[in-house]
Design a binder for this molecule. Structure first.
Ligand code: HEM
Length: 482
């Protein structure tokens, strides 16, 4: 399968989906206005979708291949019901409903039990999982660390790290783009969140924790874990406990140290160690730990996957790569890219946007209605988890010409499509707090890498699976220094 072909179902998935679909329920609804507007729940239609197997619903299909499940479920309609891990889900493929849930009717929804339980596993007090007033206080406090000035202050380090990554490769080396860029993004986070020098042993504690969090919380592991007894040894769980204990110790030590030395550092840990709530109280080391774990979790694989996929897509499209090189030569003129270049790096940005359209690192955003709600004419009960499918909507031919093709040029033309036909960073009040940080990092890193090195594809087809974020696989490539 190439990056321009649709992902097809493998035969075992198809068989399992057939079993899942054994008692499909197709709605006869024609009343959907597809605008997410509210009507009376009692008169609205029930959702279509695969009913799945007794008790476990579609858990097996998801454990086997979550992406194939996402792709096959859309044949049921724009909102599709299924059950898995003991939860009722409604998969949303309609950008107007996404807008309603995330933006115009956002006060009718919260993150819900599915996300909260997931948050309990890694960082219950982290900003990505709290609600209400508590979340608002945290968002205000943390937003002050992500102002353009603060982000620009670390931009040179983002470039220096990208240069160091490329310097570590020799001409002809075979590398995994996924693993190389994962190392890159975690180093940028260790620097910007903790201000730790890279040679410091404590940086290894941070990188170990970032890797362990992402492995521990992957949906495949959660799905499989829900089916096997608790006495079965859990290697990933044990590694997670050890890595988190190490991180906790490190955060406590660093908070004490930075409070004692009254640091003026710009890294997130120093900002949080200094921060005070309006009543003058300070954050406890536990609260600081939860925020840092959340940022390691939210900012690591999302960024590295986008970069790895962009490099791989360019490696298979020499004409597009040449176009990008020509922009870099014109704008940067043989020097490293810098913050002042960002506005002129339009094609670089288009390549990254297109990579996130085809392979959104966060494939779906989850919400739960606070009370029974109606969306696009369908009744959604309060205990249903809405799964807003970025992966599905980003490849929908109603909104995208030739949706499976890698075509960065589409971002340089004005096109009329619903705003939420594209939402890699979510939307509304809880949109990605690190979006600006991520876009600066992505543009500078890609510009720096492409100016210094070319890749020859060894992995010919990208077959994504689903970890906590979309996993593109190792993406092996041969390095050619420029
Ligand atoms: C390509 C890179 C990234 C992508 C695609 C991405 C995507 C997302 C998405 C879709 C959400 C919304 C989740 C929801 O509404 O349930 C989100 C939230 C968040 N992201 Fe990112 N993210 C990226 C990079 C980053 C980085 C680099 C950081 C920080 C260093 C970060 C920090 C956060 C935080 C803290 C939240 C929670 C915000 C809140 O609930 O108020 N993200 N991200």
């Amino acid at each position: 399968m190439s990056d321009t072909e649709p992902h097809s179902l493998r035969s075992d998935d198809a068989a399992s989906l057939a079993a899942d679909s054994s008692s499909d329920e197709h709605s006869t609804s024609t009343s959907s206005s597809v605008d997410g507007s509210n009507t009376d729940p009692s008169s609205a239609d029930r959702l279509p979708g695969p009913r799945g197997l007794p008790l476990i619903g579609s858990t097996l299909s998801i454990a086997r291949d979550p992406i194939a499940f996402l792709e096959s479920a859309r044949k049921y309609g724009d909102i599709v019901s299924y059950g898995a891990y003991g939860t009722e889900f409604a998969l949303v493929y309609d950008p107007h409903v996404v807008e309603a849930v995330l933006v115009s009717r956002s006060d009718e929804f919260d993150k819900g039990e599915f996300e909260t339980e997931f948050g309990e596993l890694i960082a219950p007090d982290g900003i990505a999982f709290t609600e209400g007033e508590r979340w608002r206080r945290q968002r205000t406090l943390l937003q002050s660390s992500f102002t353009p000035d603060r982000i620009h202050a670390v931009a040179d380090e983002m470039v220096a790290e990208a240069d160091a990554l490329v310097d570590g490769w020799d001409d002809g080396d075979i590398v995994s783009l996924r693993d190389g860029l994962a190392t890159y993004s975690v180093r940028v986070l260790a620097r910007t969140l903790f201000d730790l020098p890279l040679e410091d042993d404590r940086t290894r504690t941070v990188t170990r924790a970032a890797t362990a969090v992402n492995e521990y919380a992957s949906p495949r592991r959660l799905a499989v874990g829900s089916l096997i007894p608790s006495w079965v040894p859990d290697r990933v769980g044990r590694e997670y406990e050890t890595a988190m204990a190490g991180l906790e110790e490190l955060v406590t030590e660093l908070v004490t140290e930075r409070r004692r030395t009254d640091t003026t550092g710009d890294d997130l840990l120093s900002v949080l160690a200094r921060a005070e709530y309006p009543d003058g109280s300070r954050l406890s080391p536990d609260e600081i730990r939860d925020q840092l774990v959340t940022f390691l979790f939210a900012g690591h694989e999302t960024t590295s996957t986008t970069l790895a996929v962009a490099c791989w897509l360019l490696a298979g499209n020499p004409n597009l790569r040449e176009k990008l090189e020509s922009e870099l030569e014109t704008v940067c003129d043989n020097r490293d890219p810098a913050v002042g270049d960002l506005a002129s790096l339009e094609y670089t940005e288009a390549v990254l946007r297109e990579a996130m359209r085809l392979y959104p690192p966060v494939t779906g955003v989850y919400r739960e209605p606070l009370t029974d709600a109606v969306l696009a004419g369908y009744r959604i009960s309060a205990d249903t988890t809405l799964q807003l499918s970025a992966y599905g909507i980003h490849r929908d031919e109603r909104w995208w010409d030739d949706p499976e093709a890698f075509h960065p040029e589409r971002w340089l033309a004005d096109t009329d499509r619903p705003e939420y036909a594209y939402f890699p960073f979510g939307g509304g009040p809880r949109h990605c707090l690190g979006m600006r940080f991520a876009m600066v990092e992505l543009q500078l890193a890609l510009a720096s890498i492409v100016s210094r090195v070319e890749f020859g594809r060894l992995t010919e087809t990208l077959e994504p699976s689903l970890g906590v974020t979309l996993d593109p696989g190792p993406l092996e490539a041969r390095v050619r220094k420029r």
